[in-house]
Design a protein around this ligand. Sequence first.
Ligand code: CLF
Ligand code: SF4
Length: 496
Amino acid sequence: MTPPTQALIASPVENKISTTSVKSKSGNCDCSSSKSSQTSAKSTLSESMMERVAKHPCYSEDAHHHYARMHVAVAPACNIQCNYCNRKYDCANESRPGVVSELLTPEEAAHKVMVIGGKIPQMTVLGIAGPGDPLANPEKTFRTFELIAAQAPDIKLCLSTNGLMLPEYVDRIKKLNIDHVTITINMVDPEIGTKIYPWVRYNRKRYTGLKASQILHERQMLSLDLLREADILCKVNSVMIPGINDEHLVEVGRVIREKGAFLHNIMPLISAPEHGTHFGLTGQRGPNPKELKKLQDECAEGNMKIMRHCRQCRADAVGLLGEDRSQEFTKDKFMDMAPTYNLEARQVVHAGIDLLQAELQEKKAKVTNIQKTVASPKILVAVTTKGSGIVNQHFGHAKEFQIYEVDATEVKFVGHRKIDQYCQSGYGEEATLEEIISSIADCKAVLTSKVGNCPQESLRKAGIEPVEAYDAIDTVAKEFYAKFLQQEDLLQQAPY
Ligand code: CLF
Ligand code: SF4
């Protein structure tokens, strides 16, 4: 890692890459010790398209390691009812259910953006995703976008909606240079829609039954056509509801691809009785990680780009997708902070991130691929990371694992698993460890910057190799894979 890159990148993410090779070391139970490739659709995108998504953490899997987004909760009302939402919480089409965000006026929201734009220069995208539907609150939504566009020209504007009112606003969206729009589409067959949407309010009238889903479907299809004609990038979110639309989502993927959607984000239904939603109260379950991955893989076969790094964030989310810094910027705190947004300072930080990304690419290219053989199975590995595409987080500090699928030629991000932090006040929680290990039972290794003796032992007992390293995720994963193959004695079967 060259010194200039280090100098250019601002905290909070440490980016120093060591060249030390992967090794398993002994640690100790006190994990507070002081030592401190993904395969995006990039390769298939045109240069201009790459440029458009390069700094958007949701539209580019690579960007999500480096760039942050923030949401402002300015839109309380909604015009449809989804069976996985009870409206006391944030819009579940873009959020983890059960979360309530602090409602802001457009002026408060703009102030918050200027504060965070200064404090977190990696924040490149401002999204409006609730707590209701942004286009059921058009004046508040567009006033917020206008204020931010005028003050922070380098921040991308992003909007997420159920699509019912989108056709009315495509011109306004284009005029404001909002280049990223998400529509949540859970069906392209209104019969299936009747099991998801009890009612829709459209043109001051409330519709129920099949008619409600027909209206929503027609409006969503029209929205896709209009966005494509206006050359606005469109991502489609779909909530996977086992037994209702899980098999149907492959068809949804086919239709949205034909209509020009850029990316398909299949999110798991999160449903619990305490959320008070129809699905929560009637016992409708969500998919498990295996079912979700299987469906994502099936949809990817239809040649649709699939988003696998969504974190179902809240309507006032702040930070990298895997982290939640919203509590640092609650209204009582940010209203007392002076805006320190500075375009030039932000550009310097972004240039540093460009350099780091180039270095990571270079490193990735240097790691020799193991010659692919019939005997090079795909395996999963779990990674602890604070971002930047580097294995740079202690096992005990992780609140999620990033999961990568590795084979002889590819290290592919396939998802994440949320966990409770193992290390609490410097000590490991044994009960938590068991749950953590069971959440990655299908992984062959955990790649981490540091892991204590006790968790190492438990991981090995569960057949998961603890690998300590501080390097690019691709590099560490490939090196582990080579060792794994040797161990499995598979290399000897290779025809070279
Ligand atoms: Fe926000 Fe959504 Fe824009 Fe991203 S989130 S409005 S596209 S800036 Fe991203 Fe969050 Fe998933 Fe949404 S991780 S819930 S996909
Ligand atoms: Fe809830 Fe969002 Fe559905 Fe409206 S669109 S009912 S806010 S999940």
